[in-house]
Design a protein around this ligand. Sequence first.
Ligand code: ADP
Ligand code: MG
Length: 551
Amino acid sequence: MTTGNTGPAPGGPGGLNPPAFGQASGPGGLTPPASAHGQPAIELRGISKSFGAVRANEDISFSVPKGTIHGIIGENGAGKSTLMSILYGFYRADQGEILIHGLPTALPDSQAAIRAGIGMVFQHFKLVQNFTVLENIILGAEDGPLLGRSLRRARDSLTALAREYELDVDPDALVEDLSVGHQQRVEILKALYRNADILILDEPTGVLTPAEADHLFRILRGLRDQGKTILLITHKLREIMETTDNVSVMRRGRLVGSVRTSETSPAALAELMVGRKVLLETGKAPARPGPVLLSAELLTLRDEHKVERLKSVSLDLRAGEILGIAGVAGNGQSELLSILGGMTRPGEKVTGRLTLGGHDLPLTGRGSDGKSRREAGIGHVPEDRHHAGLILDFTAWENTALGYDDDPAYQRGLLTDNQAIRDDTRRKMQVWDIRPPIHTLAAKSFSGGNQQKLVIAREFEQDPAILLIGQPTRGVDIGAIEFIHKQIIALRDQGKAILLISVELDEIMSLSDRIAVMFDGRIIGIRDPATTSESEIGCLMAGIAPTAEAS
Ligand code: ADP
Ligand code: MG
């Protein structure tokens, strides 16, 4: 998959067009946006940080004007979180200088960052679940015992903050009763309560529905308009385009460009991230669906606590189509995939009916395991490649035969033919561009994207009639995403029946021929991507069914 290396030469941002405004004083540097005045809120000068041999950040310099939303994008492992952790005092830079509002500022720990007015909205919220919103917000921010008077004062200022920034949450609600979107608002309020005027959000929308994400961005724009400075880390190009004023692109620990959002495009940003041109559209032909291959009727799964995780789900999967399952994580998608792929756990109880080409497939006991499913012609790229797709301590070549050790191609007489498996692995590594192409390396030594390619190469090349694909591009770089998407479409065009589960709505929208949306363990609607919209799917994902079902 070597397309012409048209990307910009690696190295400093100096060779880029448009020029970086990071070097604020340099000739040709962009003037900061009109909303800013005086010193930049943040200026990074030559920040470097290594973990052992890994150079996570290398000579990073840019500045963020006050009162702007600054996006930071880059592939997995580009060094975004490391840089933000330095800014929040979690890590200390090996080299470089940080200026906050023009003053060189040491950030040895997060207390120092908070004192400097920097607030971090964590990806995995650090809230105490059985405390109220108010208790969580004042926790650690107030000295001494919480007397009635200080509590009342805290409540008043919280209410004022919430009103000012449209962050409506009930101060007396228990955090455990709040949706993920509301918990995130509590995190933001917590930072504002500590007088943060610089907010860092690291991949904040991974856990949100599209509507919740839109609400978050409205809040962020409101905060910006009130003079706050926001650093938004995301790998989603659309969020960068819609929300930020400026964007810095990181690649392999380096800053490869800082541009004004209004002067760039998703394609240009993708190219900067990857270092070569990337096709963002799949350009797939219309589906030509054939007969129903897999049919599920009223599948229900109760977990070991007898809680219904999957509730009477029925669906048909046809040859030559990609049926996408959209939904916020945790709404039954994983349970559906585990039943179909034969990966339910002991203690889980499954009822309903599953047929393949008209023949019943067992849902429990003998013949309901993953190996039997694969023998029946159902390939499976599990959602969680670390636990279900690979044995991390085994080598790449051992993982190639995982679940397929009975394959005649891997047998010689009655024995397993290890040499045949090794040869096949070497060939797959070449075809699928798996790096490094060392078949004796342990699976855990590959990056996420290359681990995923190991699993996908194994499952796709078995040529199953039906493929279950869970989160195919989670943690995978944009270049590899493009490649994986092409392979999925190619399989569909060969007539395979494909069930695709993904929490990335963009992925579902661009690949699926039909979209089923799951909410609270049920399929709440099935839509045609040609006639639906992201907002309609988003409503369904939030459990709002706008019209009577006509599926
Ligand atoms: P991003 O957030 O852009 O995905 P990170 O900043 O998390 O990237 O990681 C940058 C690089 O630094 C990666 O190669 C990662 O494996 C490495 N890295 C990050 N944190 C640590 C750590 N605590 N110890 C060792 N290596 C780390
Ligand atoms: Mg990160």
